[in-house]
Design a protein around this ligand. Structure first.
Ligand SMILES: Cc1ncc(COP(=O)(O)O)c(C=O)c1O
Length: 455
């Protein structure tokens, strides 16, 4: 019984990313890590609390620049993960300059005061939505932005229930894991927020019930069925694109969901914390869907890969919580973070990054589709802009996930200088910096192909 339980936990644990306790990881460490790095890893493991997905760590970094991270042994890795903070690449000189300048001027802005960079950032972000979302509130982490969005939805609607996707992730705090749907975060942790209802995410490739019948449970009809039985929903919250597994719902799905939210008086919260600011070839990821959310959560790359920055954008009509603390975070109007964000947005605009992402994204997707035609292990290739997922299967007919193979490819790729993460156990999640060159992209694709062949 215990073995069966462990087996379930081990499988479930891989939903958000490759885990840090595996034989393959141990092997990689013993083959690649020298004594000096090992000593630091041991100190890290001694002083930090251990948790899945991070400590114990597998390597120690020394520097990062452009598309690369460099470890203590001087090895460079093209970084296709970067926790999605590296839209403009690491250490972009203009971001660093803006941060240094701001540090010299006003490094912190206490409550009761505001500052010019924070005001300019709120203005710029709302302008980027063409005024559709014209009110902002910042926070120092994505999960806090999600928490603020959930609170605002309660205040606006006078309701508390939510609908969200199974397999989703919206941050690691208790409120965010309640709407998230990954067992790694919601198991063995006690009661979560009441009224957090989950539905299966839409997927063209995979039926999440694990059989090959179309269940219809990921359909809008099923969501309406839930709304009919629990009409007092405050908000539907989802990522416009489920970034880790690169699930891209159709425009029809979003338009249908927008109508359902309107029909039942629920707010639509879109969480594009990892996908905002150009990742999809659009400044905001939801733009591909043609709908406007009621609340948009942004973060990660917003801080230029340097400062933790996140926030919500919403409509003026929802500015109704003047007497309640929605966020009240110490670093709410962080001038240094705002300077980093403004510099990041300027780079995206000046370097024409959205156009580049669209073109390079289409080319990359085509290259991966060509690989898929040659390599049976690739069951599906999906992507939009420079957000790509390569789903590995043991058998194309049964779609049995190729989890072990995915992990082997990850460690082989690391040895060849490419870093990325695995999601859902069998999806290679590929998120290069948006400043990546076609040559670097080609190199990454060749490394993945070589690793597949070596299997
Ligand atoms: C979709 C999504 N929402 C929220 C978060 C939480 O952001 P943070 O880690 O800044 O709290 C993440 C982080 O990975 C995310 O991917």
């Amino acid at each position: 019984m215990e073995t069966a339980n462990n087996d379930i936990v081990n499988k479930a644990d891989k939903t958000e990313g490759d885990v840090n306790v595996s034989q393959l990881r141990d092997n990689w460490i013993s083959e690649n890590i020298d004594e000096k790095t090992k000593e630091l890893l041991e100190l890290d493991a001694k002083y930090f609390l251990h948790q899945s997905l991070s400590t114990p760590c597998m390597n120690v970094l020394e520097s990062c620049e452009g598309s690369y991270i460099t470890d203590m042994q001087g090895r460079k890795y093209l970084d296709f993960h970067g926790n999605n903070v590296h839209q403009v690449g690491y250490k972009h000189p203009k971001v660093i300059e803006a941060v240094k300048e701001q540090l010299d001027k006003l490094p912190f802005s206490p409550r009761r005061y505001t500052n010019e960079p924070a005001i300019q950032l709120a203005k710029k972000l709302t302008e980027l939505t063409d005024g559709r979302l014209n009110k902002a509130l910042f926070a120092p982490a994505g999960t806090l932005a999600v928490g603020m969005a959930l609170k605002l939805a309660r205040i606006v609607t006078g309701r508390f229930k939510t609908i969200s996707w199974w397999d989703s992730f919206h941050g690691a705090s208790l409120d965010s894991i309640s709407v998230g749907g990954e067992s790694l975060f919601i198991s063995n942790i006690g009661p979560l927020l009441p009224g957090a209802i989950h539905v299966p995410p839409p997927s063209e490739y995979r039926n999440f019930l694990g059989n090959d019948q179309t269940s219809g449970m990921d359909s809008l009809e099923y969501i309406e069925y839930v709304f009919k039985h629990e009409p007092d929903i405050a908000a539907f919250i989802a990522e416009p694109i489920r970034y880790t597994t690169a699930i891209i719902p159709s425009k029809e799905y979003w338009q249908g969901l927008r109508s359902l939210c309107d029909k039942y008086g629920a707010l639509l919260i879109l969480d594009e914390i990892p996908t905002c600011l150009g990742r999809t070839g659009y400044m905001f990821a939801h733009e591909y869907s043609g709908i406007t959310p009621d609340i948009l959560c942004i973060g990660k790359g917003l801080g230029g890969g340097v400062i933790p920055m996140a926030g919500i954008l919403t409509k003026e009509e929802y500015d109704v919580a003047g007497n309640i603390a929605l966020g009240h975070y110490t670093h709410e109007k962080n001038p240094v973070g705002a300077a980093a964000s403004l510099a990041t947005i300027k780079i995206i605009e000046e370097e024409n990054i959205l156009e580049k992402v669209k073109t390079l994204g289409e080319w990359s997707l085509h290259e991966f589709k060509c690989l898929q035609a040659k390599r049976n292990i690739i069951g599906d290739v999906r992507g939009i802009g420079l957000l790509m997922g390569v789903e590995l299967v043991k058998d194309r007919a049964t779609k049995e996930p190729a989890n072990e193979e995915a992990e082997k490819i990850l460690y082989k790729s690391l040895s060849k200088g490419l870093s990325f993460k695995i999601s859902g156990g069998n999806v290679l999640t590929l998120m290069p910096p948006l400043t990546i060159t076609q040559k670097e992209m080609q190199k990454a694709i060749s490394i993945i192909d070589e690793c597949i062949c070596e299997l």
